[in-house]
Design a protein around this ligand. Structure first.
Ligand code: GAR
Length: 196
């Protein structure tokens, strides 16, 4: 029997994608959402973890960038794969080394457009609206040492209506994320298992 793949979901805030992904995998065999890792102690994602019965750990800047506390925890939890869902810091070198080609991120725009430092959440949607774009979308990509530059795995688009605002665009993007992110994670993890 193949080993169950344990996933850690990293986030910084609301955690609605983390919840959606957890619900998607709750009744599936072979993939388990083993923990949430959060870098803000007031993130609503912590509350969601409690409600879902998923372990959750909060790590601060020092833990991430000056120690092995996070990689030690991931090893302790037997984590095979990392998903960034609204995680707003660069992933440090020690985690990248441990999980090469095993970390994916979702970005709420069509990269390489509207990516890079400072481009997250509502900032992205406001910039897209300000530039009067006619479409936007989501990008799921592997994570490397730069913001939003790893290899693209998947993109999906949505149209922007003349009366869309940053808020209504955010809602459209979230729906795309909920629809596609869990399925793409399942595919990437499945490919990993086949190539091993
Ligand atoms: C999502 O829209 C995600 O794409 C975005 O933050 C939101 C988190 O929402 N991520 C980035 O902007 C990363 N640069 P959630 O916490 O409700 O899942």
């Amino acid at each position: 029997m193949e080993k169950e793949i344990n996933i850690a979901i990293f986030g910084s805030g609301n955690g609605s994608n983390a919840q959606r992904i957890s619900e998607y995998f709750a009744d599936k065999e072979g993939i388990k959402i083993a923990t949430f890792v959060v870098n803000k102690k007031d993130a609503y994602m912590i509350e969601r973890a409690k409600n879902l019965g998923i372990p959750c750990r909060v790590f601060g800047r020092n833990d991430f960038y000056n120690t092995n506390n996070v990689t030690d925890y991931l090893k302790e939890m037997d984590i095979d794969f990392v998903v960034l869902a609204g995680f707003l810091w660069l992933v440090p070198e020690n985690i990248l080394q441990t999980y090469q080609r095993r970390i994916v991120n979702i970005h709420p725009a069509l990269l390489p457009l509207y990516g890079g430092k400072g481009m997250y959440g509502m900032n992205v949607h406001q910039a897209v609206i300000d530039n009067k774009e006619q479409e936007s979308g989501i990008t799921i990509h592997f994570v490397d040492e730069k913001y939003d530059e790893g290899t693209t795995i998947f993109q999906a688009k949505c149209n922007i209506a003349p009366d869309d605002t940053a808020e209504t665009l955010a809602q459209k993007i979230h729906l795309l994320e909920y629809e596609h992110f869990p399925v793409v994670i399942e595919q990437v993890v499945g490919n990993l298992q086949h190539n091993n």
